[in-house]
Design a protein around this ligand. Sequence first.
Ligand SMILES: *[C@@H]1O[C@H](CO)[C@@H](O)[C@H](O)[C@H]1NC(C)=O
Ligand SMILES: *[C@@H]1O[C@H](CO)[C@@H](O)[C@H](O)[C@H]1NC(C)=O
Length: 281
Amino acid sequence: MRTTSVPRLPLLLLLALIWPGGAGGVRITELDVPAVALEGDDVHLRCDYEDEGGSSLYTLKWYKDDQEFFRHQPGRAPREGDDHCRDHHLYHVDGVTVDCWVSTERDVVLQSVTKATSGDYQCEVIGEHPKFRKETRRARLTIFSEDLRAPLLLGAEESYSLMDYVTLNCSSLNTEYMPELTWLINNRPANQSMVREVDSRTAGLVFQVRPEHFQRGEINVACVTSLGPRHKMSTPVQLPNRDGPSVKGYFFNTGHRMEASGALFILATLSQLRTLASPAL
Ligand SMILES: *[C@@H]1O[C@H](CO)[C@@H](O)[C@H](O)[C@H]1NC(C)=O
Ligand SMILES: *[C@@H]1O[C@H](CO)[C@@H](O)[C@H](O)[C@H]1NC(C)=O
């Protein structure tokens, strides 16, 4: 009867929505593709997912520039003769070599990348029957061939007095790309208010010398250049205190001045260490 069949369709839809296996899918919770890497690196790609509403994973696939190179399909092992990595299917794509030993369905490692590895990487997950709901995410990876070079640090004076201004320039010597430049003062990141953008390849550092800057008679400044999380080069410089005693005149880690010869200094340090080592005496 027509009058009773009309409300049945919405009811079924409602059931499909609240039914545990029917409503869900598989959701990508994290896509991690590094933006940059250098030739020869192993590049770690991560696509994490979670089941939603009782559905489970039907397939997880990786594509480079829309060409599939990796497929994980639970319960469907590759057949004899298929290109595979344990129970994952592999497909040939130029510039992509999957490191089979360390790759899992969530973490795929590309071995010894080349410029041909650059491209758009996409992870696709599809949930199980009956919806086969699909979700994709993508990110760009760029491979450079030029090694990261230690930056050029200019402008250091021979020595500094309190209240003097330290004015330094740090320039990247790389030509193929512009790495990130950061400044460290005594091994800590410099306050952003001290950093100046001089030009597209140079970062400046300007600060006024205060007593706490001197550690055992000098300020340790370094310019660090980095590309992605794995490549870092540092150019350090020591800025001595013009008015203070030489570095040797400072007592080990206290900053107090020692009016003693080097030998006495060492003896004093040793006796301090012994006191520390045997507090009961
Ligand atoms: C830093 O570079 C700028 C721009 O080239 C220049 O004007 C300035 O004198 C440089 N400073 C130092 C300390 O070299
Ligand atoms: C950075 O410098 C600003 C301005 O000189 C100052 O207000 C701020 O407290 C400094 N931050 C740190 C972490 O030292």
